[in-house]
Design a protein around this ligand. Structure first.
Ligand code: ATP
Ligand code: MG
Length: 428
């Protein structure tokens, strides 16, 4: 990634880093690879990711390792092995590369990147609400909430889920002939997965499938109610999708996706849910948890035009003596926080062109004539106004003083503006 795609990527990550602090999520780093069992067991053997998409390999010691296809399982593993229980409830955030063996196409890569947020050790629906508010604010601050809808479901507790599963099996058995081969296969191994099928042949049968509501236990219904009323209180818009399930097996209670119609087939921009059983299944203590993840590249594609980094001052010295002076002023200005650039070579015309292309605010031009006078030409590239400034303290003056400056004026050592002809102090 270079240029626009890299700028989009960085903007997503920067915004995520800023917003996660507003919500008190701590930054964590987890390994890029784990023992294969960490993913194979927790994601579910019959999910697409585990069955078809994992990059697994044997290392020199004969152990099976896998490049992480998602974050949650590795974070759950770290929670157990690193003793993070002492910090529960723990709010954490991370981002980085993930790997899936998929058919590469626009917006779908074999190495892609996600941002990820998790709350571990909280059974309260308030945790679901906080996590969803975080996601909602992030999408708004990225400016991509337009046309993006939060769709929400509950998968209930174990009892609700089992009852719903039985009803789904009965429904799909009744329409077996209309299902795709993959879904017939899922019917035997993991019937809920059929709801997540992207095969158009399954659509009609999936649309007619029973939703979970009739099978929800009172506790599960009350939990979901607290989540949705929390979202209402926070002013986060949501829509119910009673057939929403997620691509991995570990979800319980809340499941959600922020979906858009702006990306064609790849409609989900951010997804997640509650995974209360996962850490216990992995051999840890009973630990309720909830989390979400979003693809950085896919979020980046939804951004409007984004500005590349601004340049304050482009230095254009002509000749070695001028270059030496420029290097000094350049470092002084950079230390004071201005964004400055100086090319290594090229004639004045090329260098001016480059300064304009980079949308620099000022160009500082120093040639032999200027050196002889101990001045530099400072050209405001937005207004075209050009002034001569004493070289001596050019590295210390606030450049903002030069913003609206007219011809024949300069800034002196004290930061005052002087008339070059008379030497008197002058208003801008
Ligand atoms: P899909 O249905 O598009 O295959 P998924 O259900 O496999 O998505 P998740 O596992 O929920 O995706 O991952 C969450 C997000 O990660 C997706 O919404 C998407 O933005 C991103 N993502 C997943 N796979 C890829 C990929 N191969 N390339 C780029 N981004 C991806
Ligand atoms: Mg996928």
């Amino acid at each position: 990634m270079l240029g626009d795609s890299a700028d989009r990527f960085a903007h997503v990550v920067d915004t995520f880093e800023r917003v996660r602090k507003l919500y008190g999520f701590r930054r964590i780093e987890v390994p890029v690879f784990e023992a294969t069992a960490v993913f194979a067991r927790s994601l579910g053997e019959s999910t697409d990711v585990v069955a078809k998409e994992m990059y697994s390999f044997e290392d020199r010691g004969g152990d099976s390792l896998t490049l992480r296809p998602e974050f949650t399982a590795g974070i759950a593993r770290a929670y157990i092995t690193e003793g993070w229980q002492q910090y529960a409830p723990l709010k954490v955030a991370t981002h980085g590369p993930l790997f899936r063996y998929e058919r590469p196409q626009k917006g779908r890569y074999r190495q892609f990147h996600q941002i990820d947020a998790e709350i571990i050790g909280a059974a309260e629906p308030l945790a679901d609400v906080e996590l969803l508010c975080f996601a909602d604010q992030l999408l708004k601050e990225l400016g991509i909430n337009d046309g993006v809808t939060l769709t929400l479901n509950t998968l209930g507790d174990a009892q609700s889920r089992d009852a719903w599963r039985a009803a789904l099996v009965a429904h799909f058995e009744g329409h077996r002939d209309a299902l795709s081969e993959d879904s017939v296969d899922r019917l035997a191994r993991n019937p809920l997965r059929i709801l997540d099928s992207k095969d158009p042949r399954d659509k009609a049968v999936v649309d007619a499938a029973p939703g979970i509501d009739a099978y929800l236990s009172d506790e599960a219904a009350a939990f979901f109610d607290k989540v949705t009323s929390g979202l209402d209180a926070a002013g986060v818009a949501w829509e119910r999708n009673a057939r929403l399930v997620r691509g991995l097996d570990y979800y319980r209670h809340t499941a959600f996706e922020f979906v858009t119609d702006r990306l064609g087939a790849q409609g989900t921009v951010l997804g997640g849910g509650r995974y209360d059983g996962l850490i216990e299944n992995m051999g840890g203590p009973v630990t309720p948890a909830v989390g979400w993840a979003a693809g950085i590249e896919r979020l980046g594609m939804l951004l409007d035009h984004i500005q590349s980094d601004a340049l304050d001052v482009a230095f254009i010295p002509m000749g070695e003596a001028a270059e030496k002076v420029a290097v000094r002023i350049l470092s002084e200005l950079r230390r004071s926080g201005l964004v400055c650039e100086m090319g290594y070579r090229g004639n004045i015309k090329k260098r001016m062109q480059r300064a304009n292309d980079a949308r620099a605010k000022f160009a500082v031009i120093i040639g032999d004539d200027e050196l002889a006078e101990d001045v530099a030409i400072v050209r405001n590239l937005q207004t075209g106004v050009q002034t001569k400034q004493p070289i001596e303290h050019l590295g210390q003056i606030p450049f903002s003083l030069l913003d609206g400056m007219s011809l024949g004026r300069a800034v002196d050592a004290t930061g005052s503006i002087v008339d070059l002809l008379t030497g008197d102090q002058a208003p801008q």
